[in-house]
Design a protein around this ligand. Structure first.
Ligand SMILES: Nc1nc2c(ncn2[C@@H]2O[C@H](COP(=O)(O)OP(=O)(O)OP(=O)(O)O)[C@@H](O)[C@H]2O)c(=O)[nH]1
Ligand SMILES: [Mg+2]
Length: 444
């Protein structure tokens, strides 16, 4: 599934990462690549336009966190913008002290009835008691279809083959399952076209009577951008709370997923990946986008970006500006120097390190020292790290033993730390900011 999109995105990313420099032209080319891919993946033009505009604007204007190359930052923006369209992961969580009502809507053949079976099974596995109401009086054999599916998973069905009034079935079915104190009642409805006003009205009626806790819109994943119109039409009639995209096992291009969420603002909860009752997957936006963009590489990039953002954490800078440098902050400084490749320029600009008279000192030696400092800081307790003033000779001895160094080394670290703290205080964090800037440039 989604092969077209995947190839397109990954090709674009590869080209971006492979280019020697990044300027406005490169960024625009990249955004065009993305646009082309999205359009060929059947994503609605308006969504493509809005998404690519945001990506381009951010790519041109945003400064990457210090240490993250601009190209990689742009990939990260791409990831974030897609994840944003898809929203957060939809989680099902129902209170168990009443009967929660779930209403399934969607056009004919989208997979409502099949999905109800899958959903009922999943919910029973999560220890909810589930009942299903067959309120599709339109399609011949609808009740039998539902009964057959639910029999195989031992979920009770309320249906009345002779009753032609769907709203009545919904009402009586709900009374039936409420009387049994079922946790969840799922209502199957007749498939309808968005233009069929009669059936849309019936759906509104059912919704009014049932006052559902959650309306699931079931969308056929193979319909592509038509999903947008469908989703908005349904959403206008009943408030769609969640989306299930079916048939993503086949030739679906996946654009419908982006379209449906954009149209309703609702999250995708599940995707259907086959006809069998177990073929339902919890949908994870980050995993979905990850799959599209090539997860392996993306994950390491995101991890690294997160780490770097951690280093450049504004809160930390603020804390340091107020002269409160903790041992943890100090450790972050040490770590960041290591990560940036321990270049002399950086080391020299690091508060506290500048006093080390570096020109005469071997940088490797400094690095070796850092390794020990790290070990020493790690041997400290949480309290000691946030307030190194606590470190009396007894504690110093313990730390030295714990990290395999001499007490003198611990004292040396403390001196270094105090210097850093003083410099930080005197410069009100400016030094730290300068350092961060420098590290950013270093990588570009
Ligand atoms: N491959 C595949 N087929 C699916 C999936 N979900 C549903 N189907 C098939 O799609 C067809 C229609 O499914 P139904 O569940 O009957 O659809 P419906 O929305 O209830 O249809 P109506 O009641 O007529 O509106 C059936 O043949 C299902 O087996 C899926 O995730 N993958
Ligand atoms: Mg059906």
């Amino acid at each position: 599934m989604l092969d077209g999109l995947k190839d397109g995105f990954q090709g674009a990313i590869k080209r971006l990462l492979g280019s020697s420099s990044i300027d406005e032209r490169e960024i625009k080319e990249f955004v065009k690549d993305i646009q082309r891919t999205l359009l060929s993946g059947d994503v609605k033009a308006q969504i493509v336009f809005e998404a690519s505009q945001r990506i381009e604007k951010r790519a041109l204007e945003e400064k990457p966190p210090p240490g993250l190359p601009r190209k990689e930052h742009i990939v990260k923006i791409l990831y974030e913008e897609f994840a944003r369209i898809l929203g957060e992961e939809g989680k099902l969580d129902f209170p168990t002290n009443r009967t929660n009502v779930v209403l399934m809507v969607g056009i004919q053949g989208s997979g409502k009835t099949t999905t109800i079976g899958k959903l009922a099974r999943l919910l029973s596995k999560r220890n909810y008691t589930v009942g299903v109401i067959a309120a599709d009086t339109f399609r011949p054999g609808a009740v039998t279809q539902l009964r057959t599916i639910c029999e195989s998973i031992q979920v009770p069905v309320y249906g009345d083959e002779k009753e032609k009034d769907a709203t009545k079935i919904a009402r009586i079915g709900l009374e039936y399952f409420k009387a049994q104190s079922a946790n969840i009642a799922i209502i199957d409805t007749a498939g309808r076209h968005k233009e069929e006003t009669g059936l849309i009205d019936e759906m509104k009626q059912i919704s009014k009577i049932a006052s559902p806790d959650l309306v699931f819109l079931v969308i056929d994943g193979t319909i592509g951008q038509a999903a947008f119109g469908q989703a908005s039409a349904f959403h206008k009639a009943v408030p769609v709370g969640g989306i299930i995209i079916t048939k993503l096992d086949g030739a679906a291009k996946g654009g419908g997923a982006l379209a449906a969420t954009a149209a309703t603002g609702a999250r995708i909860f599940f995707i259907g990946t086959g006809e069998r009752v177990d073929d339902l997957e919890q949908f994870s936006p980050t995993r979905f986008v990850g799959r599209l963009l090539g997860m392996g590489d993306l994950q390491s990039l995101l991890d690294r970006a997160k780490e770097l953002e951690l280093v450049a954490d504004e809160k930390q800078v603020k804390r340091m500006m107020s002269g409160k440098l903790t041992m943890n902050d100090f450790l972050v400084q040490i770590e960041s120097v290591k990560r940036m490749g321990s270049l002399r320029k950086i080391v020299e600009s690091l508060p506290g390190f500048s006093q080390m008279n570096l020109p005469n000192q071997n940088l490797e030696e400094v690095e070796a020292k850092m390794k020990y400092w790290r070990a020493m800081i790690q041997a400290m307790t949480k309290d000691e790290r946030s307030d190194p003033e606590l470190l009396n000779s007894q504690r110093i001895r313990r730390i030295a033993r714990g990290s395999g160094v001499l007490e003198r080394d611990v004292k040396d670290l403390l001196t270094r730390y105090k210097q850093a703290k003083n410099v930080m205080k005197a410069s009100k964090g400016r030094q730290f900011r300068a350092l961060m800037r420098q590290m950013g440039n270093q990588q570009q």
